[in-house]
Design a protein around this ligand. Sequence first.
Ligand SMILES: *[C@@H]1O[C@H](CO)[C@@H](O)[C@H](O)[C@H]1NC(C)=O
Ligand SMILES: *[C@@H]1O[C@H](CO)[C@@H](O)[C@H](O)[C@H]1NC(C)=O
Length: 368
Amino acid sequence: MESCHKFSFPLLTLLSLYMSFFVAHAEGSLTPRPFNNKITAGFVFGDSTVDPGNNNYVKTLFRGNFLPYGKDFRDHVPTGRFTNGKLSTDLIVSYLGIKEYLPPYLDPNLSIEELMTGVSFASAGSGFDPLTPQISSVISLPKQLEYFKEYKKRLQSAIGNRRTEAIIKEAVFLISCGTNDFVVNYFTLPIRRKSYTVSAYQQFILQSFKKVLQDLSDEGARRIAVTGLPPMGCLPAVITLYSKNAIFERGCIENLSQVGMEYNQMLQNELNSMQGRLAHLDAKITYVDIFTPLVDMIQGLGKHDFDEVSHGCCGSGYLEAGFLCNPESFVCNDASKYVFFDSIHPTEKTYINLFMASRPVIDSLIQD
Ligand SMILES: *[C@@H]1O[C@H](CO)[C@@H](O)[C@H](O)[C@H]1NC(C)=O
Ligand SMILES: *[C@@H]1O[C@H](CO)[C@@H](O)[C@H](O)[C@H]1NC(C)=O
């Protein structure tokens, strides 16, 4: 008995060493270091899909800095990310070997090192249509670009013009935006629908996006990724609002997803022609498809095995998001079984899958 105890201790130690090696190794294989380690920083613009907490510093109801948001984040801290854990942009900067989390620019405590490796300017509730961020009192895309210019000045005064330029030149930029324009602004509030047909509105959003892309390019961005729209008709809140019998019929609203699919095609055509026009600047612009991988997850295609695809993990799952998903809400046990964390935003598990699906595109973006 005694000798058994004697030996069990080192054996357990060995086993736990082995386990921690194995776990570290497994994590490593999820995010192997890519081949170009010249990449200096990540800069992100857009909406709640990529806002790590900028809205905490803005007077708006569109916040996620309370539980259950962040319940599976480091130390279970709600940061303002509208999900239970990390966002895809955290996974991307960690894949690029830059850092583990991409912080919000408006955090007043960012160190110079943190600034040098990149930040997110994104703001939950924002959109390309100038009316969209007005409705939710959040940071518009032009304002996010202004913050980027301010950021450059701050960095220049800290480390000089040349080093700042070198960082921008080898940084990865990501724009993820547009869902709020269609879902909140166009479909749900009837303001824009009175004066725009669907196709006129798609054109309007595309023009507004082009302006953002041009401004970023003018500011020195050379590696830019742009995500398309998700299957908007599959968001649990959209199903609830647009199904005839939302309790029993939880299928996607196909014609709303269709609007996103058409827009994505227009966006890809635009990106291709922009790529041609900016070729002389040695710039790369790539499209990130989130539509197809999300449809695969929702339809259970491939190796995805989510238990719940049409309700969020938080609350009833029908309508709760933002302040309606709060510490008083019911929360599911295992968010990784859900595609959506609240009735609009993906779970960390979904973000991991989206990141994995986007890796070939990221790899091509960071190549020389
Ligand atoms: C910034 O840091 C100070 C000192 O460490 C701390 O008291 C303060 O709460 C921090 N502010 C934020 C917004 O994190
Ligand atoms: C989608 O279909 C519904 C019902 O058939 C219709 O009322 C709605 O106008 C359609 N929306 C779009 C954007 O085509």
